[in-house]
Design a protein around this ligand. Structure first.
Ligand code: NAP
Length: 337
């Protein structure tokens, strides 16, 4: 079958631009046993892929050389299948190459329910996707957020953080988010529904948090570690909880919080988690978050680009900050969209 595909045509010199990619015609074979021929309907782009262009692989995939077709997570529609679990017309999510038609091993795909709306289709790459599942596992399952909790979230405008903010609000908690720019602070309060948001560049984290939560916080959702974690350990109320999702500010791992003895003084609980160990929560997650989406209590935050020809431009926009939320490329085929 003929298709269009995006290839790396030049190794980026300094920054990645749309000109590092080209869109070409290509042929795709039919499925062999255990394979599925799919049409991506939504491609979600990841900034981390830039580190692999012309270089070595990372934990997220192999190095990408000139002539290679990068891959991203996507919502796909089954076109043809030689696997009993997948039927033409069904939808699934998985990693697929940047092509209009792609051949994928069936065990790399996970079937999803037919979305009720286009918003729900997009949400499979945001609140119903990996970042949503991470935030759900941390905030709802580990953090057991309650309506009367005051919750502090670091990296709150990022992929996981923006879902954590919305899920805590859907439960009815009071949410304080911290982010790194005025635009993100506005996104947190005006779009995501946070009760209060602070810019981490406006002063020492502990001073900003004390001003935002004069009576203390009950729950801290940590995406970044470092100064934010120390601030939270100082401001958590007696018996408070800290959920450790990530430590992005900690580089190669420079050290534990200096004030960890607050765990003793204030009987705090600090708990880390790895989302891949909680696949058993997937059904509960999808059904609860789908319900919140349909009730307009959470939303998918993304910037849409149309068509495979715009993938290079969309990728550049992701890296230059010209977009809000997840960058998603829409491809025709689902309900005519
Ligand atoms: N535990 C798990 O199973 C699991 C699963 C997935 C992801 N994670 C972790 O979850 C965290 C969030 O992931 P994500 O996909 O949401 O990433 P993301 O979209 O890149 O968001 C991370 C945010 O962290 C903030 N940040 C970056 N450097 C910082 C620094 N030096 N100090 C303070 N804040 C900083 C940035 O926001 P501002 O500049 O706006 O502050 C950024 O938006 C990461 O640490 C990731 O490794 C964990």
């Amino acid at each position: 079958m003929r298709c269009r595909e995006v290839r790396l045509t030049a190794v980026p010199d300094r920054s990645v631009t749309a000109e590092n990619f080209g869109v070409f015609d290509a042929d795709v074979a039919g499925p062999a046993r255990g394979q599925v021929l799919v049409g991506p309907r939504r491609l979600g782009l990841n900034a981390g892929l830039a580190h692999r262009l012309g270089g070595r692989g990372t934990a997220y995939g192999p190095g990408i050389g000139v002539g290679d077709v990068p891959a991203s997570d996507a919502v796909v529609e089954v076109i043809e299948s030689d696997d009993p679990d997948f039927e033409p017309g069904g939808l699934a999510v998985g990693q697929v190459p940047w092509r209009t038609v792609a051949l994928v091993d069936a065990d790399q795909l996970r079937k999803i329910e037919m979305p009720a709306t286009i918003e729900e289709l997009n949400a499979h790459l945001t609140v119903l996707g990996h970042v949503g599942f991470t935030a759900y596992t941390g905030m709802i399952h580990m953090g057991k957020v309650q309506p009367d909790d005051v919750v502090y979230i670091s990296g709150a405008a990022g992929g996981v953080g923006s879902c954590a903010v919305q899920f805590a609000k859907a439960i009815g908690a009071t949410v304080i988010g911290v982010a790194g720019s005025a635009e993100k602070v506005a996104l947190l309060t005006d779009v995501l529904g946070a009760d209060c948001a602070v810019n981490r560049h406006d002063g020492p984290a502990v001073d900003l948090l004390r001003a935002a939560a004069p009576d203390g916080i009950d729950l801290y959702y940590d995406n970044v570690g470092g100064e934010q974690l120390e601030a939270a350990l100082d401001v958590l109320k007696f018996g408070g909880r800290a959920i450790i999702c990530g430590a992005i500010s900690d580089g190669a791992g420079s050290g534990a919080p200096a004030n960890y003895r607050n765990l003793i003084r204030a009987e705090l609980t600090m708990r880390g988690f790895t989302v891949t160990a909680h696949e058993n929560l997937r059904g509960q997650f999808e059904s609860e978050v789908r319900g919140w989406l349909r009730a307009d209590r959470v939303r998918s935050i993304h910037t849409l680009f149309d068509g495979i020809e715009r993938v290079p431009e969309a990728f550049e926009s992701l890296l230059t900050g010209g977009s809000t939320g997840r960058v998603i490329v829409a491809m025709p085929g689902f309900q005519g969209n």
